[in-house]
Ligand binder design. Structure first.
Ligand code: CAA
Ligand code: FAD
Length: 380
């Protein structure tokens, strides 16, 4: 596989880097401390074309490839993983699914404003009793002829409070198991739809995560994505692509922590020399650099397979599990390299360590990625 970047891909990466360093960095500590959603920053990301990166320009997107998306996600996540998760959910869980499986009417009505960044979306699969075990959906969508009657609770929903459009998985025919699940497009403001409590989290604190409650919400039939019973497959296919975004987020968190550690280790002196000249520190940097490079190649491989129209279920799971574990390990070591300074907010690495943890949990835990990978490697 050729990972030589094109001029266009380099330009996208550089634009994302400039935005992260100049726009996101100045307020990142304050937004994290006070759980302040990055409203203005997300608006600017939309103007840059980063909220519908892979969507066809005729639907308001930027028409870029998945490799460019990975490069942009890495740069944004080096600085602000709260902002990058908003970007990841909107691009790969909401816009991608709508463009790939939505009707022309759904694309005109919902995809256009989502891809141009006018509004943002949310993807609602998880429930209090159905996280990893995603086929056990309790939320119901009863077929009432021209509409579905939606009842139930979703939790942990990223963009829950700030989204305008929600893709909601719900069980229509329990006898059919996962083949009876549908995905419905729900609009904020529909009668009976309530945005519940906002979570107070360890990391990605500026991103909003909410419980959502549906009480006899009437959702028109034309808001169903795909054929009757396609909802679970829709969720799985969409998540395969989403995992590339989260892998790139984890890669960015790791490389952000590494870059800060490299610079700090050349400045900080102990026992008469820079700490980078102590082999214990130099070897940590060597391990970080090696694992980050491997994570980057896995992300680029998954993205390239997706761009080439090949199956990427296994490679996206591999990229996510490896990059997220690299992010956790690298950020813990980054705090160690910074010593006491690493433990305070001003030096950024403690936030990156807190942010890294979620990449091992959402869009399928590390254990779920190993289920996906092991089923693939064992099936032949
Ligand atoms: N593409 C298409 N279809 C797929 C598929 C894929 N990648 N993966 C599974 N399926 C299909 C299967 O073929 C099967 O259909 P048939 O029976 O018709 O063949 C059906 O889905 C059920 O598959 P399994 O039998 O493999 O299901 P399972 O119960 O064993 O679960 C699982 C498999 C991989 C663990 C899955 O439940 C899973 O991915 N769980 C994790 C859920 C998750 O990732 N949630 C993330 C929520 S979003 C989020 O987190 C966003 C955020 O934070 C920002
Ligand atoms: P559980 O499924 O209960 O898992 C608990 C533990 O058991 C985990 O370690 C898990 O790996 C392990 N486990 C479970 N089953 C197995 C098995 N078969 N083999 C081995 N180990 C297993 N969901 C959405 O739908 N949309 C969102 O936008 C969204 N955003 C999120 C944002 C945040 C900040 C958080 C915390 C979560 C978000 N989620 C979202 C939910 C997330 O996807 C789930 O938390 C995740 O899938 C795990 O589900 P769970 O929390 O129910 O854990």
């Amino acid at each position: 596989m050729d990972f030589q970047l094109t001029e266009e891909q380099i330009a996208v990466r550089d634009a994302a880097r400039d935005f992260a360093q100049n726009v996101l960095k100045p307020g990142v500590i304050e937004r994290d401390t006070h759980m302040k959603f990055p409203h203005e920053e997300i608006k600017q990301l939309g103007e840059l074309g980063f909220l519908g990166m892979m969507v066809d320009p005729k639907y308001g997107g930027s028409g870029m490839d998945t490799v460019s998306y990975v490069l942009a996600m890495e740069e944004i996540s080096k600085v602000d993983a709260s902002t990058s998760v908003v970007m990841s959910v909107n691009n790969s869980l909401v816009c991608w699914g709508l463009e790939k499986f939505g009707t022309e009417e759904q694309k005109q009505k919902y995809l256009k404003p989502l891809a141009s960044g006018e509004i943002i979306g949310a993807f609602c699969l998880s429930e209090p009793e159905a996280g990893s075990d995603a086929t056990s959906q309790r939320t119901t969508a009863i077929d009432k002829g021209d509409h579905y009657l939606l009842n139930g609770t979703k939790n942990w929903i990223t963009n829950g409070g700030n989204a305008s459009v929600y893709l909601v998985m719900a069980q229509t025919d329990a006898e059919k198991g996962h083949r009876g699940i549908n995905c419905l497009i729900v609009e904020k403001g529909m009668d009976g739809f309530v945005v519940g409590a906002k979570e107070d989290k360890l990391g990605i604190r500026a991103s909003d995560t909410h419980t959502l409650l549906f009480n006899d919400v009437k959702v028109p039939k034309e808001n169903r994505i795909g054929e009757d019973g396609f909802g679970f497959k829709f969720a799985m296919k969409t998540l395969s692509g989403g995992r590339i975004g989260i892998a790139a987020q984890a890669l960015g968190i790791a490389s952000g922590a590494y870059e800060l550690s490299l610079a700090y280790s050349k400045e900080r002196k102990a026992f008469g020399k820079e700490i980078s000249k102590h082999q214990a520190i130099a070897f940590k940097l060597a391990d970080m650099a090696t694992e980050i490079e491997a994570a980057r190649l896995l992300c680029l491989k998954a993205a390239t397979q997706k761009d080439n129209g090949e199956n990427f279920d296994q490679s996206s799971a591999m990229a996510k599990v490896f990059a997220s574990e690299t992010a956790m390990k690298t950020t813990v070591e980054a705090v160690q390299i910074h010593g006491g300074y690493g433990y305070v907010k001003e030096y950024h690495v403690e936030r990156l360590m807190r942010d890294a943890k979620i990449t091992q949990i959402y869009e399928g835990t590390s254990e779920v990625q190993r289920i996906v990978i092991s089923r693939n490697v064992l099936k032949d």
